[in-house]
Structure formats: structure tokens, C-alpha cells
Design a protein around this ligand. Structure first.
Ligand SMILES: [Zn+2]
Length: 329
């Protein structure tokens, strides 16, 4: 199914969201103490790569992860996500305008991909339940239950979002992942999932250690996030909408995130970039393109040829949307 940037991120309403965000950045981050950090994937040294909205992104010399450094302290992010006007706008207005397009174009295919992975890696030990970390509105959980006979548990610390999930008849644990006790999760083999969360995390390693600690041996963990090796991000740099501080702090890539996961103790089964939007995003941002290769290519190739090229980009691991499947040994 064809999906375009405009359907899931309509320009007009996204601009309003960005304006609110710019104000919030001043309110919540201008007085926050910032600390230089090393690469969150490999611990290597980074060099300045791009600047945006008063935040600096560095690129790791070793593993090409892109990350915000110096990084404001965690408390600034906590209060930003708890009660800022732009966060509220995203959760209400933006979400409502895009809900049905997102359900059809993003969540249904995602549910199918997760189902495929679960079947692929089941190996005669059936997965009994899905644990959706930061499940938000629970749309994924509704969709996976439509196509699979599986229990879905949403872990969602926000009171507002947890209530929405409960009203949909979903099982909700209204807590942060790190506060969950082992007996709150069902027994039997589980597949933990987390979507579009990893790029926001103040400390990705701590998050992975927390998930790992909450898993039993043989449980799966599948998550999606942005890849800094993605075509549109590499080409557009600070003009890429994905480079959106204070939201997106970590842009690992299939190789660097695999390295980190293995250090934490996971077996990485698959690290792919199934993204479909890179070329469409470049087309919508042609005015920012400076070098000839992409400027000319986008006009030279037909729509069908560009779709082919997008497929090659994804298959080569160079789309900006990635999906990782791993397992606790
Ligand atoms: Zn690195």
C-alpha cells in the first residue's frame, strides 16, 4: 500500500506543532544544565554534525550514530513530556487529524510485520502475549488482536493514555517499565514491543537493560526507531523533520544498535530498515537539496523507478525507519 508523508504528517498541522515546540524548547530547556555525552551506542567520540533549535547533534566517528550532545538533564525532558503545550497538541489535535491514516498506513502493516516475526521465530515455543511498552493509544494492540489470537498488555504510564486504552478493552499496566514487578506480567512466552520510543530516550542503554531484566529467557523484543544512516536524514541533515529536538535524541543505525543490544546481552535476530518514505520526503524537500545527485535523480527517474529505488534503499539498510528483532538467550 502506498503511503505518503502528507498523509501521516500533514504539513499545516505539523507546522503548528513545530511552532509550539519551539516555544516549549525555550520554556523547558533554556535553563537546563547540559552535559557532554559519548556515543550512546558504542561510547566513542563524536564530532559536531548538525545544529537545530539550540541543540547540537554529534556524529560518532566509530559507528556513525547521531546523537544530541551536550544533553540537557533528564528532569527537563520529564517535565516537558508531562505537561508541555506541544506534547498536548501532539496527543490531541495532531493525533485526531492523522488517526485513521496512521491506523491504515502505519499500524496495520506494523501489526502484520510483528505477526510475521513472531511466527518466524516461534520455533515450537508459542508466544502467548504481547507487551507493548509505551503503547500510547493502543492502536497497535487493537490491530494485532484483529489478526492474531494473542493477549496484548499495554504498559503506559500516562494516566490519560492508559484510560483511553482501558476504554478500548485492552489490558493496561499504568506504570513505567522499570517499576513493573515480575508477577504483574502473564506467564508463558512473551514478545515485548516498543514503537518510535527509542529515539526519544535520555539513556537508551538503561532502557534496554530494564527491558532485558523484565524478560524471561527465550522472550522476544521487537522495536522500531529512526536510523541515522537513513537516506533522508543523511541528505537533509538539519533540514530533516526527523531531526526534531527535544524529541529525537538518538539516531542509531542497524549496525550500531545491534552492537549495543549484544553488549546488554540480547541475541539480535534481525536489524532491517523497512521504511518507505525516504524518497517521498526528499521530493517534498527539494528546495533544501544542494548537490546535483539527488536534485537531478528525483526529476530524472519516473515514479515507478523512484519506488524501485526506495525498495533498494530499504533492502540495503539505508532507510531512516528501522526495526530490530532480538531475543533474551
Ligand atoms: Zn558510536
Amino acid at each position: 500500500m502506498k503511503v505518503t508523508e502528507e498523509e501521516i504528517r500533514p504539513d499545516k498541522v505539523f507546522k503548528e506543532y513545530l511552532e509550539l515546540t519551539n516555544k516549549d524548547v525555550v520554556t523547558y530547556f533554556s535553563n537546563s544544565k547540559r552535559t557532554e555525552i559519548s556515543c550512546p551506542a558504542c561510547g566513542g567520540e563524536g564530532m559536531l554534525w548538525a545544529e537545530k533549535a539550540g541543540f547540537s547533534y554529534k556524529k560518532c566517528d566509530t559507528c556513525i550514530t547521531i546523537y544530541v550532545s551536550p544533553r540537557p538533564e533528564r528532569s527537563a525532558f520529564d517535565s516537558y513530556y508531562t505537561d508541555s503545550p506541544s506534547t498536548k497538541f501532539w496527543a490531541t489535535t495532531f493525533y485526531k487529524v492523522t488517526e485513521s491514516a496512521r491506523r491504515e498506513k502505519l499500524w496495520k502493516p506494523k501489526a502484520q510485520m510483528i505477526k510475521d516475526r513472531i511466527i518466524q521465530y516461534e520455533n515450537n515455543d508459542p508466544v502467548m502475549s504481547i507487551v507493548d511498552i509505551g503503547g500510547g493509544y493502543g492502536v497497535f494492540d487493537e490491530e494485532i488482536k484483529n489478526i492474531m489470537d494473542i493477549r496484548a498488555i499495554v504498559i503506559e504510564p500516562s494516566v490519560h493514555l492508559a484510560a483511553i486504552c482501558r476504554n478500548k478493552g485492552l489490558d493496561v499496566i499504568e506504570k513505567f517499565m522499570e517499576d513493573i514487578l515480575p508477577d504483574e506480567l502473564p506467564s508463558g512466552r512473551k514478545c515485548f514491543v516498543s514503537f518510535e520510543l527509542f529515539e526519544h530516550l535520555h539513556d537508551p542503554r538503561v532502557f534496554l537493560e530494564t527491558v532485558f531484566a523484565g524478560m524471561n529467557s527465550n522472550d522476544l523484543f521487537i522495536f522500531t526507531t529512526l536510523s541515522g544512516m537513513g537516506l533522508d536524514i543523511q541528505v537533509l541533515k538539519s533540514n530533516a523533520k526527523a531531526l526534531s529536538p527535544p524529541h529525537h535524541l538518538n539516531f542509531m543505525n542497524p549496525k550500531s544498535v545491534s552492537l549495543l543490544l549484544e553488549q546488554v546481552g540480547f541475541n539480535v535476530l534481525e536489524a532491517i530498515t523497512p521504511g518507505k518514505l525516504d524518497i517521498d520526503i526528499l521530493k517534498n524537500n527539494q528546495h533544501f537539496l544542494e548537490e546535483d545527485f539527488w536534485k537531478n535523480t528525483l526529476n530524472y527517474l519516473s515514479d515507478n523507478e523512484l519506488s524501485e529505488l526506495q525498495l533498494h534503499i530499504s533492502n540495503a539498510g539505508l532507510s531512516s525507519h528501522m526495526m530490530i528483532t532480538c531475543q533474551k538467550a
